[in-house]
Design a protein. Structure first.
Length: 68
């Protein structure tokens, strides 16, 4: 009888461990997705900054030509 009780307790506790592991895996997958989205956003911002810098340089060149 004691063996059955211990077996039931062991099975119940191992089930909790599986649930915890799956929750951790889900959280890790969400963090990975967040990081990927952050990288995409950063790349987009860098492109926009580069375009803005090019426009500033073009404006400056245009002003310099007009001043001559």
């Amino acid at each position: 009888m004691r063996r059955i009780v211990f077996l039931v307790i062991a099975v119940a506790l191992s089930g909790c461990g599986v649930e915890t592991a799956s929750t951790a895996a889900t959280a890790a997958a969400l963090k990975k997705q967040e990081l990927e989205q952050g990288k995409k956003t950063m790349d987009q911002m860098q492109q926009k900054i580069g375009q803005a810098m090019e426009q500033v340089q073009q404006s400056q060149q245009t002003r310099e030509k007009a001043a001559q």
